[in-house]
Design a protein around this ligand. Sequence first.
Ligand SMILES: Cc1cc2nc3c(=O)[nH]c(=O)nc-3n(C[C@H](O)[C@H](O)[C@H](O)COP(=O)(O)OP(=O)(O)OC[C@H]3O[C@@H](n4cnc5c(N)ncnc54)[C@H](O)[C@@H]3O)c2cc1C
Ligand SMILES: NC(=O)c1ccc[n+]([C@@H]2O[C@H](COP(=O)([O-])OP(=O)(O)OC[C@H]3O[C@@H](n4cnc5c(N)ncnc54)[C@H](OP(=O)(O)O)[C@@H]3O)[C@@H](O)[C@H]2O)c1
Ligand SMILES: Cc1cc2nc3c(=O)[nH]c(=O)nc-3n(C[C@H](O)[C@H](O)[C@H](O)COP(=O)(O)O)c2cc1C
Length: 585
Amino acid sequence: MALWIPTLSRKAAPKKKAASHGTALTVLFGSNMGTAEELARSIAEAGEAQGFTTTLASLDDQAGKLLAEGAVAIVCASYNGGPPDNAGAFLKSLREAEPGSLKGVRYTVFGCGNRDWASTYQAIPRQLDELLAEKGAERIYARGEGDAKEDLDGHFQAWNEPLLPALAEKLGVKLEPDGTAPHEPLYQVQAVDKPPANLLIGGAGALPMRVLVNRELQNAAKSERSTRHIEVLLPDGVSYRAGDHLSIVPQNGAALVERAIRRFGFVPGAHVMLAAAEGRRAALPVGEAVAVHRLLSDFVELQLPATRKQIQTLAQHTRCPFTRPKLESLLDEEHFRSEILAKRTSVLDLLELYPACELPFAAFLEMLPLMTPRYYSISSSPIADGTRCSITAAVVAGPARSGSGVYEGVCTGHLARQAAGGTVQAFVKETKVGFRLPVDPAAPIVMIGPGTGVAPFRGFLRERAALKAQGRSLGAAMLFFGCRHPEQDFIYADELAEHARAGIVDLHVAFSRHDGKKTYVQDLLKDQADRVRVLIEQGAIVYVCGDGGRMEPDVKRALAAIHGEAGVAKLAADNRYVLDVWAGS
Ligand SMILES: Cc1cc2nc3c(=O)[nH]c(=O)nc-3n(C[C@H](O)[C@H](O)[C@H](O)COP(=O)(O)OP(=O)(O)OC[C@H]3O[C@@H](n4cnc5c(N)ncnc54)[C@H](O)[C@@H]3O)c2cc1C
Ligand SMILES: NC(=O)c1ccc[n+]([C@@H]2O[C@H](COP(=O)([O-])OP(=O)(O)OC[C@H]3O[C@@H](n4cnc5c(N)ncnc54)[C@H](OP(=O)(O)O)[C@@H]3O)[C@@H](O)[C@H]2O)c1
Ligand SMILES: Cc1cc2nc3c(=O)[nH]c(=O)nc-3n(C[C@H](O)[C@H](O)[C@H](O)COP(=O)(O)O)c2cc1C
């Protein structure tokens, strides 16, 4: 049975419209996790409200089909320097287009990126922008850059605010005068008595997977942190390869959902039916009775820091003469950074802080981003057992940066709560970045993965062990693992030691908080420089997994000290320096 995964309906419900200039505005997105899609949707909606005839689609939907009509606005992310899953065909068609073939196309690009991926920051939006110009299209509004590490929403707002007037001027059209009027609300919420006959809403996406094992990997007696080893049974027809990811669609925790239910005054067990306004694109289930609890637990992110636009909306819904200025003061740049971004204050936090705010539930639903699946590196090998796979999740939990209560990561909290026999909604996501064992097991490999970064390498080692058991001969393999203390967070210690004893891997472990000396994986890499150099010369692939913000750049520098900067760049270009990294906390 497929779970409904929230994706934006790209077709708006038809709207009876007054006469408008009707200029074409094609808004295209390249997006894996919904950020670029959401921003594209907001451009399309604003365009529509100001008289444009808009089309909203993924870049690949329009590969090779750009029209020299009106304007094209592109919002796109990058993934390890490559395109998102729904932008590769577009990029390819653009590369292959004849110079001059896009004459007459007028475009602009906004890139969603993250400086944690320093060397490939904004790689794809940049390429799109350059290729479009190279092939003859006209850039009618400068490319914008949003950095998720800092303040993507702020960067987008600054780029987006002058966008439509600038396009209108270039295209010689007059924006609809009523365009500046506030939108009518996207959702109407009607309370309903009866529970729905069918709680599942159709659509493709994640599948329920039974949890077989959920065990603690850290030493609970000596460590305050938690890392879970979770194994799931793969449904029929689902397979994977070592190096792939398991994407989990989480649910918000009950306590968080209860806070929202309480703030809006719903009785426990309340159900509602949503209706979408004409001409608007709805992402939440409309026309079906749905439990308020389910809407809030499955469909929306409740813990993201509030955006400026959300705070403005909260202020607009606040008549109280004492509260409204307080909310408005949060829009002051310095205040916004210190009170909202640094503390990760959410809309729900603000609603609780300011009970006088009269935000209707429908407006709350409209402003919340859709729940995003989270990726986890698969830490098992199908060769060892193809019916199940495991992930290794560092549980995000600690005193909230807001200073009040405990912050619990949505997905890792959800995972940590699943007992064996429970179910998670998940799907396998194929690695796109060459993070694979070499086809020939005799080829040498160097793996670097401190902390949770060891996850895919556990899968690699289990695969090598299975291949060895089948009689295949194995090449040299080095694993550099790092953790704080041998008695606290040396996860999979026994298994790794066993693989080392069996000659599956040459294991090097860096302890950062042991014996008064801070040792990191890159220190051990340097200690082993001669051996690493030899393996690279013999054709080794170097894999790095874990924190992309600090660890990976540090490891890369250490590798450059061994193999030279140009050498490492060449390794990367040849797909022999491959990364499975994520933004740190
Ligand atoms: C390609 C890829 C592979 C990955 N592989 C793995 C893996 O193998 N194992 C793994 O564990 N993770 C992995 N991740 C990370 C994983 O996808 C999630 O991002 C991570 O588990 C956090 O998700 P969450 O929903 O629990 O936290 P969220 O609810 O998304 O919260 C995380 C956010 O909360 C912030 N935060 C943290 N602590 C606090 C606090 N005290 N107060 C306020 N805010 C706070 C963080 O800065 C971060 O922005 C991977 C990510 C990617 C992109
Ligand atoms: N997306 C997310 O938000 C996300 C995802 C996964 C994990 N996390 C966070 O990370 C925490 C634990 O994650 P983890 O188990 O993967 O790793 P970790 O325990 O934080 O780190 C593993 C080891 O790497 C060391 N290290 C720190 N900086 C390094 C650097 N620049 N180069 C090399 N090594 C470095 C650490 O040392 P020191 O700590 O002693 O410096 C430690 O010994 C979780 O509690 C969670 O909060 C966040
Ligand atoms: C696995 C991974 C790799 C990424 N690689 C890059 C990158 O190479 N360059 C960049 O600027 N941003 C990179 N990012 C950041 C994303 O592009 C950014 O978070 C963006 O907002 C995601 O948009 P989406 O939600 O529409 O997919 C990466 C993010 C992830 C999770």
